[in-house]
Design a protein around this ligand. Structure first.
Ligand code: BDR
Ligand code: CA
Length: 309
């Protein structure tokens, strides 16, 4: 049976590939794309989402959500994703229009309308989902699972302690992690293991369809920026790990643990504090990815791209 999902994202190079996987894989039923500010301003991430959906020829609603975090000021990630938020591709002129509903309302409608439970995937700051939960807590019983790219139980990428998506809106993450819904956290601990090395770009370029050409163009810029900022030999393809995990549940090693979000406004603000060793014997509220089958991941990316257009 197809897994019904909503993708809440801030495209973003790696978000774009997550969207492609979700849109093209036969086991995923992508109900809608909700957009948040994050990698760039909402105006830019929204336009990027529309461009990707139009380019991939997907028939799904796209709607604009929160233009800033709940409490913090907005901070974007231009050093990695560039001025447009998706530097590296020139899309044809945009004909697609947004769904007129605010992303929070679209999310609530899609969840309440669905006969089956829906998985909410977030690959950006968790603002839209947190607000949806606060506005209509009834949605919680309609959510199968929240699968997020974010956090880290080791090092961060915007501070020694914090990862970008959580750091950008820690209070939103706090709301979701404490909502009682099943939360699966896919953090930097595993996403840094799937580096888009030159041999991967080469492998995907051989597919030579629209999807793979998008991948190659995006990864040229993404890889170069990741090299400049972090010294990585290839960019970590963070966001698509969420969808790849929903396609193949054996992709990740996952441990159930107690996890809190640091909302103290101190030096570790935005850190996901995960009790990996269960030292505190607190209630386990989060499923945390601890390892990934790297070859399986690239096989999923490659085969889905081949199925695409
Ligand atoms: C996350 O931050 C963003 O820049 C990426 O799109 C990804 O969602 C990685 O920390
Ligand atoms: Ca993202």
């Amino acid at each position: 049976m197809k897994r019904k999902i909503i993708l809440d994202c801030d495209p973003g190079h790696d978000d774009a590939i997550a969207l492609m996987l979700a849109g093209y894989h036969k086991n995923i039923d992508l109900l809608g794309v909700t957009v948040v500010s994050g990698n760039q301003t909402l105006e830019k991430t929204g336009k990027n989402a529309l461009n990707i959906v139009q380019y991939l020829d997907l028939d799904i609603p796209v709607s604009l959500g929160s233009s800033r975090p709940i409490i913090k000021e907005e901070e974007v990630c231009e050093v990695i994703h560039g001025e447009s938020g998706l530097d590296g591709v020139d899309f044809p002129s945009l004909k697609l229009k947004y769904d007129e509903r605010h992303a929070v309302n679209l999310m609530i409608d899609l969840l309440l309308e669905s006969k089956e439970k829906v998985t909410v995937v977030t690959t950006g700051p968790m603002t839209n989902l947190a607000l949806a939960i606060r506005i209509n807590p009834e949605i919680l019983s309609h959510i199968e699972e929240v699968v997020l790219m974010g956090g880290s139980y080791t090092n961060g990428n915007v501070s020694p302690a914090a990862e970008f998506n959580i750091y950008t809106d820690p209070e939103a993450a706090h709301i979701v992690f404490n909502s009682g819904v099943k939360v699966t956290m896919i953090g930097l601990d595993v996403t840094r293991k799937v580096l888009v090395l030159p041999k991967i770009v080469d492998r995907m370029s051989k597919i030579n369809n629209r999807a793979s050409r998008l991948f190659v163009d995006l990864m040229k810029v993404f890889n170069e920026n990741q090299r400049k900022v972090f010294g990585f030999p290839g960019g970590p393809l963070h966001d698509p790990v969420t969808i790849a995990y929903l396609i193949d549940g054996n992709l990740l090693t996952i441990n159930h643990m107690h996890c809190t979000i640091d909302i103290s406004h101190g030096p570790s603000y935005g850190r996901t504090n995960c009790d990996v060793f269960d030292y505190q014997h607190e209630v386990k509220n989060t499923y945390v990815a601890t390892d990934i089958d790297v070859e399986k991941f690239w096989n999923i990316i490659e085969s889905t791209m081949k199925e695409g257009k």
